[in-house]
Design a protein around this ligand. Sequence first.
Ligand SMILES: O=P(O)(O)OC[C@H](O)CO
Length: 414
Amino acid sequence: QTEIQWWHSMTAVNNEWVNDLAKQFNESQKEYKVIPTFKGTYDESMTASIAAFRAGNAPHILQVFEVGTATMMASKGAIVPVGQVMKDAGEKFDPAAYIPAVAGYYTAPNGQMLSFPFNSSTTIFYFNKDAFKAAGLPTDKAPSTWPEVVAAAAKLKASGHKCPFTTAWQNWTQVESFSAWHNVEFASKANGLQGLDARLKVNSPLHQRHIENLASMAKQGLFIYKGRGNVPEASFVSGECAMINTSSGFYGNVAKNAKFAYGLAPLPYYPDVPGAPQNTVIGGASLWVMSGKKPAEYKGVAKFFSFISTPEVQSASHKRTGYLPVTTASYKLTEESGFYKQNPGTDVAVTQMIRKVTDKSRGIRLGNYVQIRAIEDEELEQVWNGKKTAKEALDAIVTRGNEQLERFQKANKS
Ligand SMILES: O=P(O)(O)OC[C@H](O)CO
């Protein structure tokens, strides 16, 4: 049997999901065995795999979050384009089968799709209906604008709720997706999709207004900061925080573990901003095939990708996790099954993503993006703890982030 190593960063119910996918594939045939291994958070597994690649023991398949995409695209010798892997193995692979926002994001400037779209997500809004009810708020409609979120948070607080609102992935939800949703640039050059000379634009008056608004909420005890990445998600599932902005891929965890009625809704926006709401950007991760492996192993990788590409497997994954149905066929299949009608709000992520995009909203793909994300976290934390104004923090994100972009551009001059 040929073994295929698959490194990933999925936790909780999503960890069970990847293990089940591997198990189903392994039981469907005898020639190959996919072995999934949890390698820490998205940042940690990327660092681990770069080290492993240098030492000559990288896995066959590596799950990389969208933030690592430009870095992976630039590491040409380290990866094999997914289209090539499929072609060599005689497996079907049609980039046109993917929803455009997904295919576009993972396609390099030369038109080649380099990684296999797997768990694509987008940012949405979750709210605790039991807490809303206790606060005298309507439960059939989520707050759809930021002024409505502030008003709801005040009512929740008045009803004794200690954490009215929190956000996970503050950089992704409150700065990056926020930009696309309001059709303002996060970075120039179509947010990096059109070239390595992109530079950050997050100190605009609108960005400043939003971070000031959140800072004011933090000061009033309406927004409670719960940490970086997906760490804050636990505070929603436990019932501690009543509203959260985070990934659609959090749905599986909520559906399985929340002991209260909950709702899923679109991200809030500022209603006076022309063009808002626009669309949200892709998050989650894709699967990269690492170089230097044996032909039989690549064949196994291709077979596994074909297995998880069927509309049936993809639709089941989408229903289970909340990650996007990455192909049009799996979206249709899910719709026809009545899932969206039976589980209101589960289509929010899809409808937010399949709108017509602009250069400001197609996606964000930047070099040294992992470092830029850390800078965003550090600077925003200074705002929440009152050490910096929104403007100071956003200006610092631009200055420090642009240093990272310049460094990446220099290192990757072709
Ligand atoms: O929680 P995920 O897997 O949807 O990922 C969220 C962000 O896209 C990570 O950058």
